[in-house]
Design a protein around this ligand. Structure first.
Ligand code: DHK
Length: 149
């Protein structure tokens, strides 16, 4: 079965609990379940993970090089700072989708520059967890359309 890694960065575990409402009311556990169910309907095996630690995310991206056909990442606050995550993503050969719950370009200027984007095939932002389902749709299609090795 085709394996896709969906990696989530710092504080994503707080979605639904954040009082500003920026990331909606749905809990991270519920979003995860929704993504797993949707991935299964696309015949994808999903590795949906979250870490607050940059090095752990780098390790998972390196692991994905060996195991995954595609990768979706919401690096959260590390999007704007992490050359290490960018370098790990550049070493990943399959399609990469950068995902954000919020529309990062509508927010503070420091969220307008993404290191992740340099390694991303495409970007989904501002659509909440719906964007995660769209990212899964896109990655399934991109993997299926890849030329045979
Ligand atoms: C999530 C975060 O935690 C923020 O640090 C980013 C991103 C935006 C999101 O929209 O999912 O700036």
């Amino acid at each position: 079965m085709t394996i896709v890694y969906f990696l989530n960065g710092p504080n994503a575990n707080l979605y639904g609990l954040d009082r500003s409402g920026t990331y909606g009311r749905e809990s991270f556990a519920s979003i995860r379940q929704r993504c797993e169910d949707y991935a299964a309907s696309l015949n994808l095996r999903l590795e949906f993970r979250q870490s607050n630690h940059e090095g752990v995310l780098v390790d998972w991206i390196q692991e994905a090089r060996e195991k995954a056909a595609g990768l979706i990442i919401n690096a959260a606050g590390l999007t704007y700072t992490s050359v290490a995550i960018l370098d790990a993503l550049l070493a990943f050969e399959g399609p990469v989708i950068e995902a954000h719950m919020s529309n990062i370009w509508k927010r503070e200027p420091f969220r307008h520059h993404s290191y992740v984007s340099r390694a991303a095939t495409g970007v989904v932002a501002g659509l909440g967890a719906l964007g995660y389902e769209l990212a899964l749709t896109a990655i399934a299609r991109l993997i299926a359309e890849q030329p045979a090795q």
